[in-house]
Design a binder for this molecule. Structure first.
Ligand code: F0G
Length: 434
């Protein structure tokens, strides 16, 4: 079965553009989204789609081996042999009884997107973005980043043989993240500004020069990222969570998850009643414009200068995808909350100590989840999926500093300090038994 190509559609004025146009925003200024012909896709029944996706699961090679391109008819029209895939996705869905006990939930799943090739969920968007860049035949790609988008873009561009330029806020990304961009060979520009400053400059660069923008403002990236929810639902044996919890920075990811859910509901893939999970976005208190907007009933789009949070990947004061994110939160009956530095790092220590290493940004989602369980919004019997967006090993400096109690103004209440001892058997016994 073949399906018509999707088109760009403006989320504000509804204006459309063909998908092969190089365009990131509508002429009216609104964000664009990729609009699939759901009527045509609906010609195949939900049962048949499920059977198809099940038949692809576990493939060793080719598009089916990717947790993004497994759903390719609903992603982007790229010929299978032209896809740039590592592959990505196929990440674990952890269920830890210890974590469930600690959070007071009967069914909590951690979708660990840190298990992607460059250790973050960005690889799902980047396989879409770079495959599309190759289809368009662009000469180079660029992004602004808090560290993970740049790592991912650098890797996928290198894999495809496309030159890459990344703009990073100097000294505000982890050394591991920085190491990724330079190791993969991207031209890496460290700017004395914050992420929002880098974002403005990369937008200007890609307007002025024929350089293809691969931030999530480019809605082809969203097409890859939405597969996080699809894969989670497939892994749950087609059960649909009551809540899906994610950290929010630039707000592209929560928008992507909402879009994926909307499409699957339309296609009947969320089950007979089409019951929607409620999306929860969590920010750091030090960088919480979206949470502030939510608390104000979304009457006003709040922006701010992001503070120096340990969740540095979400230190963003003016989320580009605000309009889309607001729509999906409203439409799913979602919630936006925020977490303090202590709450974030204690949540990270809790999840890490269950044997599941997450980054501070992922832990922000867990911290928000704990608050919503505590205030009764999320109930014990609810089925909850929390998205860990990147791996803990991208932030090992923060992890060690927390456990050694070296982060100013953070209590480190779950500290597990390494103990320095002389190399003697007696000293070891005295330490572990005494
Ligand atoms: N978690 C991690 C680990 C991230 O790197 C990001 C965003 C987010 C969550 C938030 O996702 O921006 O779509 O709301 N990182 C971007 C970057 C900004 O440049 O790597 P979002």
């Amino acid at each position: 079965m073949t399906f018509p190509d999707p088109a760009f559609r403006c989320v504000v004025c509804g204006g459309t553009r063909v998908l092969t146009d190089i365009v990131y925003r509508c002429e009216c200024g609104g964000l664009l989204e990729v609009r699939h012909d759901l009527g045509a896709l609906g010609a195949r029944s939900a049962a048949d789609w499920r059977a198809l996706f099940e038949s692809r699961w576990g493939a060793r090679e080719g598009a089916d081996a990717s947790g993004v391109w497994r759903y390719r008819e609903m992603v982007l029209p790229v010929a299978e042999d032209r896809i740039v895939s590592m592959p990505e996705g196929g990440t674990r869905l952890y269920r830890s009884s210890i974590l469930e006990r600690e959070t007071g939930l009967d069914a909590l799943y951690v979708k660990h997107e840190g298990e992607n090739p460059t250790l973050s969920f960005k690889d799902r968007g980047m396989t879409a973005g770079v495959s599309w860049a190759r289809r368009l035949g662009v000469g180079s790609v660029a992004c602004a980043s808090t560290g993970d988008t740049s790592a991912s873009m650098a890797a996928y561009a290198a894999f495809a043989g496309i030159p890459a330029i990344v703009l990073l806020p100097e000294n505000r990304v982890s050394v591991e993240q920085l190491s990724q961009a330079i190791a993969y060979g991207a031209r890496t520009l460290a700017l004395r500004t914050d992420f929002d400053g880098c974002m403005r400059l990369v937008a200007e660069l890609t307007r002025a020069r024929p350089v293809y923008l691969l931030n999530s403002m480019n809605s082809v990236r969203i097409e890859g990222q939405k597969s996080i929810v699809w894969e989670t639902i497939q892994q749950l044996g087609w059960r649909v969570p009551d809540w899906i919890v994610v950290p929010v920075g630039n707000a592209g990811n929560i928008s992507a998850l909402g879009k994926g859910l909307a499409e699957w509901r339309e296609l009947g893939l969320l089950g007979p009643g089409g019951r929607m999970p409620r999306l929860v976005g969590v920010q750091a208190v030090l960088a919480n414009p979206f949470a502030r907007s939510y608390r104000g009933g979304f009457a006003k789009r709040e922006t701010l200068t992001a503070g120096p949070t340990v969740a540095s990947a979400i230190a963003i004061g003016d989320p580009v995808s605000y309009d889309k994110a607001k729509a999906v939160v409203q439409w799913t009956g979602g919630v936006v909350t925020d977490a303090t530095e202590d709450e974030i790092l204690d949540a990270k220590a809790l999840v890490d100590a269950c044997g599941i290493a997450v980054c501070p940004n992922s832990a922000t989602a867990v911290a928000g989840l704990r608050k919503l369980v505590a205030d009764g919004t999320i109930r014990r019997g609810d089925l909850v999926a929390v998205v860990a967006t990147a791996h803990g090993l991208k932030f090992s400096g923060t992890t060690v500093a927390y456990h050694e109690g070296r982060i100013a103004s953070v209590t480190s209440s779950r500290a597990n300090r390494p103990v320095s001892l002389p190399p003697s058997f007696e000293a070891i016994l005295a330490e572990i038994e005494g």
